[in-house]
Design a protein around this ligand. Structure first.
Ligand code: CO
Length: 468
């Protein structure tokens, strides 16, 4: 079909990260892989984001072993990961050589689509991950998919996003993603934005949204009418609410139209039957709270992502100041404006939210400024989308120098340093990268892994691991 709408299913990554604290295990995934592999998806998002940390911290799983097992179980489907630009999967900027090594190992272990985003949409923070993906592309056929973090503000209009897309295409994007992490994109805006972007770039457009505010399905339908190439959905048992709209609903809606997805509802039902059991188990374990399935229109009202609202509430509870909730909600957009309108996504959502809490609780704005707020105002996270409030910056960092170069230019190569530092624990370069990203968590995990008696099958995997 000439104009088929392609589908990426997020059931193995974003769906359970959004609804169940990223707690789905490999053993919960494998029984459905045969059905998933024959469903005909464009890709399956299954790695990166919070899965890497969660594997080692909570599940006692080696994230690299999970990736190889999924690739083996789904040889016909492209596996996709979410990569946080220069932060990789961690929370600080890493040196270019670490970014390159991580991209290389991800591809070698089975990833074929790398979605790369930056909280500030500073293309310089995407540059090295894009370059690395392109470098290993010929050898392994990986697809480089830089993402635009969608948000709303006086500077974030269609023109801003289209310019960014043009820039990303020039940098080597094979596909461009519009990443609407908070479901702030509305259906008719989605139609306009996709139309304009399709006119400005030649590469396919991949749209990612959630159903937090209840508009997700409509966003996808309008985007499909505007010619979007690929969309992200989740199989029904973990779909909707804070996760993606349901795959089956969109597939059924478009059947017989010119945007027919070509996916077979019976095969999808086979996979969904399995994940229904997993969703029930996560509910019984109280990991999945059905509250996340409710439509949350507050996000549209305050332009604050759902996850951030619950963080603010718990910070205020700890300070016995729950009565200040609405004051803090009103302060968030003011802080965001002072800081040059960063999109609210990890880590900027935490930085802006925490600063708003301090501004209200201290009774004076910026009397107390967090370390992270200072770093953001110093340019350490990259270029902010709009000019900052200079009075606030002065109060926060005094006469400190503001960085205007690419932040990673200030970081010396680190890979050999990490190899040396972890030579007694790491069994492979994959281990070195796990340790570089999550030092305490990975060290504890690897020590336990290597102390435990392993079954023959698992042992074989570790031997292969050392040879990579
Ligand atoms: Co998402």
């Amino acid at each position: 079909m000439a104009n088929k709408l392609f589908i990426t299913d997020t059931i193995l990554r974003d769906a359970h990260q959004s609804q169940a604290a990223t707690r789905m295990r490999l053993e919960d995934m494998l029984p459905a892989c045969e059905a998933l592999d024959k469903a005909g998806y464009w890709s399956l998002e299954c790695w990166g984001g919070a899965t890497f940390d969660s594997c080692m911290r909570f599940l006692g799983e080696d994230p690299w072993v999970r990736l190889r097992a999924l690739k083996e179980a789904m040889p016909n489907t492209k596996l996709q990961m979410l990569f946080r630009g220069q932060n990789i999967l961690g929370y600080k900027h890493y040196a270019d050589d670490v970014v390159e090594a991580f991209v290389k190992k991800s591809i070698e272990n089975g990833i074929q689509v790398i979605r790369i985003f930056d909280a500030l949409n500073d293309p310089r923070n995407l540059e090295q991950a894009i370059k690395a993906t392109k470098k290993y592309q010929d050898k392994y056929g990986a697809i480089c998919e830089p993402a635009i973090s969608f948000t709303t503000s006086p500077v974030h209009n269609d023109e801003y996003f289209v310019d960014l897309a043009v820039q990303l295409e020039k940098m080597g994007a094979d596909v461009i993603c519009i990443k609407d992490m908070a479901n702030l994109l509305l259906p008719y805006n989605a139609y306009e934005l996709v139309k304009k972007m399709k006119q400005a770039v030649n590469v396919p457009i991949h749209l990612h949204t959630h159903n937090t505010t209840g508009t997700g399905d409509m966003v996808y339908l309008k985007a499909a009418e505007a010619g979007v190439d690929i969309i992200d959905t989740a199989l029904s048992p973990l779909a909707n609410g804070t996760a993606q709209p349901a795959t089956e609903s969109i597939v059924a809606t478009l059947q017989g139209t010119e945007r027919d997805t070509g996916l077979n509802l019976e095969v999808l039902a086979e996979a969904a039957n399995h994940f229904k059991k997993i969703a029930d188990k996560l509910k019984a374990e109280k990991i999945l709270d059905p509250k996340v399935l409710n439509v949350d229109p507050k996000t549209l009202l305050y332009q604050v992502p759902g996850g951030m609202l619950s963080n603010l509430l718990s910070q205020l509870k700890q300070a016995n100041a729950e009565d200040k909730y609405f004051d803090v909600l009103a302060e968030v957009p003011r802080v965001r404006k002072d800081f040059g309108y960063p999109p609210l996504v990890t880590p900027t959502s935490q930085i802006v939210g925490t600063q708003a809490v301090f501004n209200i609780l201290m009774g004076e704005r910026y009397k107390m400024v967090t370390k992270e707020s200072k770093a953001l105002l110093r340019g350490e996270y990259g270029k902010l989308p709009a000019p900052v409030n200079e009075e606030v910056r002065k109060k926060a960092i005094g006469d400190d120098e503001v960085i205007t170069c690419r932040p990673a230019d200030l970081i010396e190569p680190e890979l050999d340093k990490y190899r040396e530092q972890y030579k007694d624990i790491a069994k492979s370069d994959e281990d070195v990268l796990s340790l570089a990203l999550f030092p305490q968590v990975a060290e504890k995990f690897i020590n336990q892994r290597d102390a435990a008696p392993v079954e023959d099958e698992v042992r074989t995997i570790y031997v292969d691991d050392a040879a990579l």
